[in-house]
Structure formats: C-alpha cells, structure tokens
Write a protein of this length. Structure first.
Length: 597
C-alpha cells in the first residue's frame, strides 16, 4: 500500500527503452490504424501462431472489442519454443489451457512504451502480475516462467489498443506452494509446510508475501539445536509458529514496497523488522537474496536464514477479540450494537487479523441525525457495507498507518490517509475530516483505531458528480452524451472532472455555443471520453510519476507535468485530487481538456 516514488528513474528508463527499441532492425512505431488488435496481428505473418491460439481460445471477439488493450505478442518462434518444451502442438492444447496463457499477455488500457518503462510491473486481465525491468537499454518482462522475456518491438498501433512484441510466451505463475515445489532450493521449505499442514492455507487467494528460507537456511536451523536432526525433530507447535512468521497476510509487497517499510506483521502475530540501508536485512541479520518471485496469490522473496519469532512474553490474561475489546469500552457501545445487528460478530471474532477504525457513540449519533433515522431503523443490508468500510485486512498499527497514502477496506472501497502535524485524518465517501483520535488498541485478532466520525462508502463516479454542485454541467454533459451508464461500470476509472466554470469557459470560447445542446453530440462524446482514463485508479501519488496517460478516446493521450503543481496538456491545472468513488477516483480540473485535432 506504500507506493515508492520513482519519477527520476522513470525518465531515465524511458530514454533507455526507446534507445533499445530503436536498435532492433524490425522495431518500428506504427502510425494509427483503423484495424483492431486481432486484424493487425492477422496481417503480420510472424503472429500466425498467436492468431491461431486466440481463435482456438475463442478470444477473437473480446480482443476485437472497444478495449483499449495492451497486448504483449509472442512471435511464431516463441510459440514454437514453448510447444517444443511442452512436447505438444497448438492443436493439442485445449481452449481451457490456452485462455489463461493468452489473457496473461493482455493489460487493460493502452500502455505505450514510454509508460511501460515507468512501471515496475502490471496486473494482466488474467489476474496475475508481470514484472518489468530495464537492463542495458532493453526492456525485459518477468512472468511465471522466467525473467528473460525481451520486448523486441514496441508501439504497434491498433484501433482498440497497442501491441508490443516479445520473444517468449509468458506462462502465468503457480500459487505459492506450486512455485516453491518447482524450486529445488526450496524443497525443505515445501517439506516443512507439508509437515505443518500449511500448504492448503498458502493455496488460498491471499494475497500473501512470503519470505522463503533456502535449504541451506533450514540446514543451519537444524544444526543450531543438538536435538534436531530432521524437521520431524522440531516440535509441531514450534514449526507452525516459525513458518507462519515468514508469511505476511493480505498483502502482495514487491521489492519497491518492502524497502519503504520498517516492519511487517506476520501470520504468527509478530513483526519482522526491515532495514534497507544496505541491501535488505530482516531482523538485523537475515539477508534477502532474491526478490519478486511471482506467484498467482502473492510474491516470494528468498532469504538466507530461517527467521525465528521473538520469545513469547510472560503469560498474559486470555486475549480478547476485537468484538470483546469493543464491548469492554462504553464509548463504542453503538458500534457494538451495529455489528450485532449486521450479524458481523462471528466474522470480527474470527482469526483475522483485522484493523478496525471504530467510530465513537458520538460519531454514530451525528450520522443518525444526518440521516434522520435511528440504529433500530437501519437494516442489516444498510449497515453491512458501512461497517465493512471500517475494516482493513491485516493488523495495521499506527506506525504503519502514517506511512500509507490509503488502504482498501474489506468492503472493496478505498479510504485515503493523510498526516497533518501530529494528527492523522481519513478521507471516506463522506468527507476528508475524519480524525483518528486513539490508536493501537490491541486485540487477539487485530488492532482498533478510534475515529470521530462514521465513514460512509463512496458512490459511483456519476453519483459522486451529481452530489457535487460544482459538477452539475459535467453531469448534464454525461447525460446528453449517454455516458452515465458507462461510468457506473466496475471500472476502475480515473476521471479528470472539469468544474461548472470550466464548462462555462468552453461555451464562451465558441460564439455558436450557448448551452451544452449547441455542441455537436459527436464532439461532446469525444471531449468527455478524453477526460476518462480506463482500467486504472490513479491516485495523486501515481499521477505525479506519469508523463502521460491514455484516455477512453482511443489513441489520444493527456500529458502530465508535475514540476509545479500538476498541469495537464500544459495549461489545465488540477485543483483538487483524490475524490473517492466506488469505481475509481476523480481529480478536479479548471479547464475542459480538448483532444488534439
């Protein structure tokens, strides 16, 4: 959840990527075309295997749709190498086998080469990630089957996206136990997980971050105790706790995130410290020797020692769950009543861990007064999305909270976090003035932070705009262009939203335009699409790292300059950022963006 800033790296890497691309004899940047991705591929003899695979997987219609998509396209030679390795033919592969492989080569949105080199990785429409690195002027991708996949040609344009050519077919990663099983140097870890009956837990969706000790690390652990010769000699409870101490639940922390953290909370309920001042060391002495090993349900970092949990403290009274702790605090009685009515007691008394931002009784009183209702009048269906919007997976203590820009709740919607002096405020769907008044109330299954206002989940982008008087012209324009429904879809979307004053200035710029109805419909649709970045939820900390973004108006980018504030296309100022929506994020701008040409 912590996002490193790599603006300078992105600029340097962009130059390297473009230089490397131009060094290839067959590397060209194609002009815009009316052909879609499938048609462009079909017209290139070197993609005949890819086209045959897409046809067999019945993905032609999907990849001929509006998109936009980014496709990393393997050559015929790449397919031939894969089929030889698998000892099969394209005809021998089923639709069910081909579909996850092919969708692992597709990104949502149009991501040109200049954007690719600014990324550390990307999530494919398959759901699994790829990683991206620049080396000696070339760009390489890491997939489930290796890190030597080279991008050989970039920016082949299509009407519904863009194609980059690669020299190897990418295979989606397996789950964490599958990745470990396929790695000979982790065979002892696999044996330990099997003995502790933890394989099934690490096959769950997660995500998990796993620090994986090598066989040599386990050998050193056994040698450290004269009573231990094999894993069978380690007491079951000890082995279980040690293995859980290597697992960070509910987070997929790649290396660029790990180096920004001082510690992480593990499945064992104890923290591992991180020092990235010289390499990466865990708990002071354990080295991270290999990072970012992809898995379908998380990421693995290899380490050279087995991490040992700190010694257990003196026996304490029976630990209380989050619900028990809340019940013991009179100022949280309204929260407890709401949790009971929503039938969430069992969930919040479960293993977790959870982080709960707990509104006080006064906070509930204020919300109920604003809604002109009572707690008794609210149904389970009305309470559940509100209460789950106050819960984050994992035990996130105050020291970690202040290092975050935001977090995703178990409701699925985001909250944002900001630090103002010694105070911490949360932004939710109902405002940015929600103060954290008490922190780190510990429970056996997580931690509670008290807040002074009930957080209400954000609505969809059109609903957020409708509720804001400054966007009445934008709402009217979306309705006339018949784009409201499109922006109610799951997305995610990033929307640059012009104010009423911005639309007034647009109308004043053309003597023929008095109202929105005077703007030709085709023009209005194109202009509005030019304000929408599909397939991504780019908060301000991400926006300032990008030189440009691709919009819903195919082939038309918006440039970004964050050298002094944030300006789009050179003259349009972003005046407010990170307005939350359930299906994306809104940034307010002071001018209507006009597409080139």
């Amino acid at each position: 959840m912590c996002k490193p800033k790599h603006h300078l790296w992105a600029l340097l890497a962009s130059a390297a990527f473009l230089t490397g691309a131009c060094s290839d004899d067959d590397d060209t940047v194609t002009p815009p075309t009316s052909q879609n991705i499938v048609q462009v591929a079909a017209a290139n003899p070197d993609f005949s295997s890819l086209v045959a695979a897409v046809t067999k997987a019945e993905l032609v219609t999907t990849l001929s749709g509006p998109g936009p998509f980014t496709v990393f396209a393997p050559t015929n030679a790449a397919f031939a190498a894969l089929l030889t390795q698998l000892g099969t033919t394209l005809d021998g592969l089923t639709k069910e086998q081909l579909t996850p492989i092919l969708t692992y080569h597709v990104l949502s949105g149009q991501v040109g080469s200049q954007q690719v080199v600014g990324l550390k990785g990307a999530a494919t429409v398959n759901g699994a990630d790829i990683r991206i690195r620049t080396q000696a002027g070339q760009v390489f991708l890491t997939a489930g089957n290796g890190n030597d996949i080279r991008v050989t040609t970039t920016d082949i344009q299509a009407s519904n996206g863009i194609i980059h050519v690669i020299d190897k077919v990418m295979l989606p990663p397996k789950d964490i136990p599958g990745v470990a099983t396929d790695t000979p140097s982790l065979s002892t870890l696999v044996a330990a997980l099997t003995k502790a009956n933890l394989v099934g837990a690490l096959k769950a969706p997660g995500p998990f971050t796993v620090f994986a000790p090598t066989n040599e690390a386990f050998a050193a652990l056994l040698a450290s105790n004269p009573a231990w010769t094999t894993l069978d000699d380690i007491p079951a409870a000890t082995l279980d706790e040690v293995l859980k101490y290597h697992v960070v639940p509910m987070t997929k922390a790649y290396s660029e995130t790990v180096v920004t953290l001082t510690k992480v909370s593990t499945l064992a309920g104890k923290d591992v410290t991180i020092d990235a001042s010289a390499g990466v060391k865990l708990n002071g002495t354990t080295n991270v020797t290999l990072v970012d090993v992809l898995a379908s349900n998380g990421v693995v970092h290899v380490i050279d020692k087995v991490l040992l949990p700190p010694a257990a403290p003196a026996p304490q009274p029976q630990p209380q769950t989050i619900v028990d702790v809340a019940v013991s605090k009179p100022e949280l009685s309204s929260l407890v009543a709401a949790v009971q009515k929503a039938e969430l007691v069992t969930t919040l008394s479960g293993a977790g861990p959870f982080t709960v931002f707990a509104p006080t009784n006064e906070a509930f009183t204020a919300l109920l007064a604003a809604l002109n209702t009572s707690l008794d009048a609210l149904t389970k269906e009305a309470l559940t999305p509100i209460l789950t919007y106050h819960v984050v997976s994992g035990a996130v203590k105050a020291a970690q909270v202040v290092g975050l820009k935001g977090a995703t709740t178990v409701n699925g919607a985001d909250i944002r976090i900001r630090v103002d002096g010694d105070k911490v405020f949360l932004t939710a769907g109902n405002g940015a003035d929600i103060q954290v008044t008490m922190t780190d109330i510990e429970a056996s299954n997580g931690v509670i932070h008290v807040i002074n206002k009930v957080m209400v989940p954000p609505k969809t982008i059109p609903e957020v705009a409708t509720a804001n008087p400054n966007f009445s012209s934008l709402v009217a324009a979306l309705e006339r262009a018949n784009l409201v429904t499109a922006l109610q879809a799951p997305g995610p979307f990033t929307v640059f939203a012009p104010t009423n004053e911005a639309f007034a200035a647009l109308l004043a710029s053309n003597p023929a335009w008095t109202t929105l109805n005077d703007i030709p419909l085709e023009t209005l649709v194109a202009v509005l699409q030019y304000h929408v970045v599909p397939g991504t939820k780019a908060y301000s900390e991400t926006v300032v790292t990008l030189p440009k973004v691709s919009t819903l108006l195919t082939g038309k980018d918006v440039t970004i300059d964050a050298s002094a504030g944030v300006k789009l296309n050179g003259t349009t100022t972003v005046t407010a950022t990170d307005v939350l929506a359930s299906n994306g994020v809104i940034h307010v701008i002071d001018k209507v963006l006009l597409p080139p040409n």
